[in-house]
Design a protein around this ligand. Sequence first.
Ligand SMILES: [Zn+2]
Length: 360
Amino acid sequence: MMSRLDLFSPSYEVARRRFRDTANEAGATLEQHPVDPGADLTIDVATLGHANPRWAVVVTSGLHGVEGFFGSAIQLAWLTRLKSGGPLPGGGAIVLIHAVNPYGFARLRRTNEDNVDLNRNFLDTRDSYTGAPAAYAALDPFLNPASPPSLLEPFRLKALWHIKRNGLPMLKNAVAGGQYRFPRGLFFGGYGPAAATRIMQQHLAAWLGGAQRTIHIDLHSGLGAHGRYRLLLAESMRPSQSEWYRDTFGSEVVEPLDSVDGTAYDASGTLGGWAMRHLSDTRYRFVGAEFGTYPILRVLGALRAENRAHFFSRPDVGAFRRARNELLECFCPHDRRWRELVVAQGLAIIDQAVRSQTTE
Ligand SMILES: [Zn+2]
C-alpha cells in the first residue's frame, strides 16, 4: 500500500483522476455528474459490492470544497486497500461520493460558485431560503467587512470581545448555523438549491441500490482538537436513538447536537438532516466525521480573511495568496503526523460502519 502521505493530492484535478482510476482498478461502477456546463467540475460516484445490497455505507468528501483534500485522501486510501486485496464484505454496497462541492475543491474555497455553504443548502421548501439569525445580522459588519483582508487588524481581540459578550455556544449557533440573507457573507446557505444539492437529491436514493439500511459518513475538517475527530449526529435525538451510534463508534467520540460545549452546533439545511428526512425507504443513519485542525479562532480568522480576499482583493496580490494558503492549512494541515492520523482514523470509522452493518 502506498504511504498515507502520498494519498493527499496537490489539486482537485489530480484527486479526481486518482479517485476514478483507483475506483476502476478496484472494480467499481463509476458515475460522473457535472456541476458546471464545461463538465470540468464533477461529482464522481464509485459504487462497489452487491448489486442488490441489504445495506449500504456511504462516504462523502468535499461537501465543503477545500476540505476535499483530506476527504479524498481517505476515500483513496480505502480504494487502494481494496485494490490490494482488502476486504469487501458480502451482501452490502459501498458508495463513495467524491467532491460534493468540486468548485470549492478546485478553487480552494469552502463554498461553491455562488459563495454557498452546501451544508446549509439542503432545505425542504423553496421559501425557506430566507433570513438570518438576529445575532448574525448584528455581527455581519465584523464577520464580513467589505474590504480586503488586513494583517494589521486586531481580529483576535475583536473576536474575543464578541465571545466574552455573547458566549461561545451562542456565537457558534448564530454564526455557523447558517444564514440566507448576506450572499457575500460567511455560512451563506443560498437563495435556492445549488446544482450539487440537486444532484445529491436526485440520485442519492438510486446509489443506495435499494439497501434496507444505510450508514452515511460525511467527512469534514476544521473543528476540534488537532488530529482528532468527533462524530456529529445530524439531528437531535433521544438517548435511546443515539445509543446505536455510541455502541458502534464509541461513546467518547459521538457527539449529540444538544451538547453545550462540544464541537457540534445547530445548523439548518444540512445534508444529513435532509437525507434522514427524505430517504424513507431505507433506515438512514448519518454522522458528520469532523476532524480537528487548529483552534477555532484561527479557523474563523482564516475563513473571514479568505472571504474578504475573494470578494475584494485581486488574485495576484500577496494578501490573496496568503489568505488562500492559510485557509488550505486550516482545513488540510501539511503536518505529516496530522495526515497520517486522519487517514488511519478515517479508515477505522469506515470499517466500524461496515462491521456494524454485517453483524446486525
Ligand atoms: Zn466541513
